[in-house]
Design a protein around this ligand. Sequence first.
Ligand SMILES: Cc1cc2nc3c(=O)[nH]c(=O)nc-3n(C[C@H](O)[C@H](O)[C@H](O)COP(=O)(O)O)c2cc1C
Length: 198
Amino acid sequence: MSRTKWRGGAMLAPVPPAIVSCASANGAQTNLITIAWTGILSTVPPRTYISVRPSRHSHKLITESGEFVINLCTAPLARAADFCGMYTGAKVDKLARLGLHAIPSEEVACPSLAESPLSLECRVFDVMHLGSHDMFLADIVAVTVDDSLIAENGKLRLDHADLCAYAHGEYFSLGKRLGAFGFSAVKKKKKHSGKPAK
Ligand SMILES: Cc1cc2nc3c(=O)[nH]c(=O)nc-3n(C[C@H](O)[C@H](O)[C@H](O)COP(=O)(O)O)c2cc1C
């Protein structure tokens, strides 16, 4: 087998095409930006980041307000996510153009996206200027989830959310389930033969 070497590049995949909502400090404008450069920084306390080019309108809004909401993207929202990544909120009211709805968040002034099944409400605690993008590091101060995804036993059924992934310029819905956390470590139960042990 041979492998080709390229110079370093942002080739991590798949990543979430998150639809991030942000708003002006006075709340007059709500904007949506698609962000693929995001992830979790810490579980306890829950912390995340988004990396945003300074040229984005959203960069200005998040710098001003210190808040944003990461709204998970579903397959039915993939087209909207792409649209939010193509047009700037400096010129286009993306929510209105897409017929999407902003709803009040629980802990931050910035609204969440009603059509997204799960939203992470974030408050910025630091900004790192790392190159082409600025990294907004944030505490996840609340999570809201569509009740239809919570089973009777209280378990979150994110597998029912029809989530969307983004890999090297293309959008995908998730494929078949391969296992659950720790499935490699699960010991097989010994079958009881019914015969007495020797
Ligand atoms: C799938 C996808 C992922 C993107 N990821 C990022 C990202 O992580 N950071 C970023 O600054 N721009 C990213 N963009 C580009 C912005 O979403 C795009 O420039 C957007 O129009 C900016 O909107 P705004 O000017 O209203 O903030 C992405 C675009 C797409 C389509």
